[in-house]
Design a protein around this ligand. Structure first.
Ligand SMILES: CC(C)(COP(=O)(O)OP(=O)(O)OC[C@H]1O[C@@H](n2cnc3c(N)ncnc32)[C@H](O)[C@@H]1OP(=O)(O)O)[C@@H](O)C(=O)NCCC(=O)NCCS
Length: 188
């Protein structure tokens, strides 16, 4: 039986000096395939490229015996030039690997990186109102529901926006905060 300790987590590698361009492209195609398979919302290759090219370290993959079985894709950007906001864009785990704690591990590593490396003040995400499993998963990390977004998804389902406050800034209205210094913008 597969256990969580058999699962290897690592981020995508886009460095063509250590691997071929074909391997890099294949890795991005695999991430796109697993995500499209499990999320109701269809995303174009441009969305994937935007996330992965700008924040390859925040595209974490879970492997079992070399096979991709789960992944999480996140980004970090300034919010209203007052806060550093992390955002979890996509999360999926293959059916036969669910319930092992892979999603918890992917979320936990992603949050750690967004806080320690990117100094995020808060982390946000959206999920379907009917996705009880995902809501429980994120709320166990301390995420709280801050907004209900009417017919947010193309399948016409509503979404909840969730936020995980990290620093004091997350609790202060952005108009009351000083401008961010050295805010890191997306490169591509
Ligand atoms: C949501 C999803 C990523 C969970 O992946 P997973 O690896 O099975 O999750 P984990 O094993 O890490 O479970 C973590 C937590 O999720 C919740 N959870 C998992 N299965 C559940 C179920 N059947 N019912 C309710 N909650 C459940 C529990 O809180 C669980 O924690 P616990 O074991 O301490 O109770 C996976 O089901 C999936 O890919 N779903 C389709 C895509 C999706 O919904 N993505 C998230 C939307 S952004």
């Amino acid at each position: 039986m597969v256990e969580l300790s058999d699962i290897e987590i690592r981020s995508v590698c886009l460095d063509t000096s250590v691997r071929s361009r074909e391997k890099v492209d294949q890795e991005i195609a695999d991430v796109e395939a697993i995500t499209n398979k499990h999320l109701s919302e269809p995303y174009s290759i441009y969305v994937y490229r935007f996330f992965i090219n700008n924040w390859p370290d925040l595209c974490l993959q879970a492997f079992h015996d070399g096979k991709l079985v789960g992944n999480i894709i996140s980004k970090v950007e300034p919010h209203r030039n007052a806060r550093v906001r992390g955002y979890i864009g996509m999360l999926s785990v293959e059916n036969e690997y669910r319930g092992l704690g892979i999603a918890k591990k992917l979320i936990s590593e992603s949050i750690m990186l967004m806080i320690s490396k990117y100094k995020c003040d808060e982390i946000t995400l959206e999920t379907e109102v009917i996705n009880k499993k995902a809501l429980k998963l994120y709320e166990n990390f301390g995420f709280i529901r801050i907004k209900r977004l009417f017919r947010y998804y193309m399948n016409r389902h509503d979404a909840y926006r969730l936020v995980l406050p990290v620093t004091e800034k997350s609790t202060v209205c952005s108009s009351q905060l000083p401008e961010l210094e050295n805010a890191v913008e997306a490169l591509y």
